[in-house]
Design a protein around this ligand. Structure first.
Ligand code: GLN
Length: 496
């Protein structure tokens, strides 16, 4: 039998419909591949029994003639999503062995459409990071490795990006057919770029945040990882819904995103922001960007230089807004209601001991920054200012869209995947700079997608980012497909 894990979602869906194999057989192929790939540390919990039961139920539904949009498709779930009866930790010691009595809205949507859960995926603690090195379960290893000058494979372990590093690694390594991610400042798009996968952060409000462990509530969005643009479109259709349990979710019809894939982009206006040419950007990224422009022009798009003048303030403003909201959201982990408890002499002592033992250093840093910028005397100087900058960033995009721009094309990241430990030692700002091209999109609440564009000289994937108008994800799928057709698809050579 052919390797079932090599199929895309669209291919698996069609093959399941033709009864080439069953959902149980497909799930078993994935469970086998997961067992062999434990060196990647992508899963923090495998749920094989649940997976087989869900797959068997899917086969039974198909036999009875009810077939959902994701019927029998095996997926991995970022450990930030609450899954009923299945341990959920946000990869933090403070959640310990928390087992949620409820299911997140997004994952409920996926299971309602027939998908199968393979297990929970590693991520940076509370989704804070760009390398998956802050997880209490240890780092994820990128399935991609560098090529040495003599063509041999350099065994240096690389990061898969973060915070959704387990999701990106699993999809790239074929140990999940698709995966859920969350993106507060780039956590879907940057790991997609580092692993040669497709990742989309939809418009703020497109997907419900209910049941997803909160990081920075005004920036957090759920979104899928997939191996192709079409697969990402199929998944997003199922992710998206209005939800009375999340008042920021939006009551707009969810389009058939897949229908946009493969349609012509003739006449679409693609904006190229001059402010994204940052100092020190490797020439290869510049070249890839130009290549992307050429592909879109060749497909009939009109290319227009645009200006997003407040881009340079996005990263500093993000690192005020995100920690401020995080410090407030993380106040609930007090050792009393759920998760870890370290009992002290009195209640205050218990709070302090629990929080000191439960939170890792990056999370503690964010809480300190957040409480500082929100404190009396500093609130206006930092938090209010950052919110004003945020409005200006959004206005930059509004003006470009009003002038007729349909989508903006930028590089996804300022580098390809780096080595584990390379940027996590000293200055945290080194790590924060990874988000330079992605945070503006969260600050403005816009949809953003990363599609693989090519490989660098070391043989590592590089991504291109497309930014769209609010609630016009279809345009991203349309344009993204053109890039995918031109660039091809990228799969890491198996070493595990
Ligand atoms: N790397 C960014 C941060 O650490 C973004 C993380 C995310 O999108 N969750 O805040």
């Amino acid at each position: 039998m052919t390797d079932l894990t090599a199929l895309t979602i669209a291919e698996a869906r069609d093959a399941l419909a033709k009864k080439d194999f069953t959902a149980v057989e497909l799930t078993d192929a994935y469970l086998g591949a997961m067992e062999k790939a434990r060196a990647l540390n992508a899963y923090v919990l495998e749920t094989p029994e649940k997976a087989r039961a869900m797959a068997a139920a899917s086969d039974a539904r198909r036999a009875a003639g009810t077939v959902g949009a994701l019927e029998g498709i095996p997926l991995g779930v970022k450990d930030l999503y609450c899954t009923e009866g299945v341990r959920t930790t946000a990869c933090s010691k403070i959640l310990d062995d928390f087992v949620p009595p409820y299911e997140s809205t997004v994952t409920s949507n996926l299971w309602a459409d027939g998908a199968v859960m393979l297990g929970k995926l590693n991520n940076d603690e509370f989704a804070m990071g760009s390398s998956n090195e802050t997880s209490c379960f240890g780092p994820v290893v990128n399935p991609w490795r560098r090529k040495a000058a003599d063509g041999s494979i350099d065994p240096t372990p690389l990061v898969p990006g973060g915070s959704s590093g387990g999701s990106s690694a699993a999809v790239a390594a074929h140990i999940a057919l698709g995966a859920t991610g969350t993106d507060t400042g780039g956590s879907i798009r940057q790991p997609a770029a580092f692993t040669g996968t497709v990742g989309i952060k939809p418009t703020y409000g497109r997907c419900s945040r209910w049941g997803i462990v909160a990081f920075a509530s005004s920036l957090d969005q759920a979104g899928p990882f997939a191996r192709t643009v079409r697969d990402a479109a199929i998944l997003l259709k199922s992710f998206a819904s209005v939800d009375p349990k999340d008042t920021t979710s939006v009551d707009l019809p969810v389009p058939d995103y897949e229908a946009a894939v493969g349609t012509s982009i003739k006449g679409k206006v693609i904006g190229i922001p001059k402010e994204y040419r940052v100092d020190g950007m490797p020439a290869e990224i510049e070249t890839l960007w130009s290549q992307g422009i050429d592909w879109l022009r060749a497909a009939g798009a009109e290319i227009r230089e645009i200006s997003l003048p407040h881009t340079k303030y996005a990263l500093p403003a993000y690192y005020i807004v995100a920690p401020a909201e995080a410090s407030s959201n993380l106040a609930r982990y007090d050792g009393i209601r759920y998760g870890l408890r370290v009992t002290g002499d009195d209640i205050t002592d218990t709070y302090e001991l629990t929080r000191a033992a439960g939170f890792g250093s990056e999370v503690r840093r964010r809480i300190m920054i957040g409480t500082y910028v929100l404190s009396a005397g500093y609130y206006d100087a930092y938090y209010v200012r950052a919110q004003k900058v945020r409005t200006l960033i959004k206005r930059d995009f509004d003006l470009a869209f009003q002038a007729g721009v349909d989508a903006v094309l930028t590089p996804a990241t300022p580098s390809s995947a780096f080595g584990i430990g390379e940027k996590s030692g000293g200055d945290p700002v080194e790590m924060y700079l990874n988000d330079i091209f992605t945070v503006t999109v969260n600050m403005a609440g816009l949809p953003g997608m990363v599609v693989p564009g090519g490989l660098d000289a070391k043989g590592l994937p590089l991504g291109l980012q497309l930014i769209g108008r609010p609630f016009e994800e279809e345009t991203l799928f349309q344009v993204g497909e053109v890039i995918e057709q031109a660039a091809g698809r990228f799969t890491p050579a198996k070493w595990w």
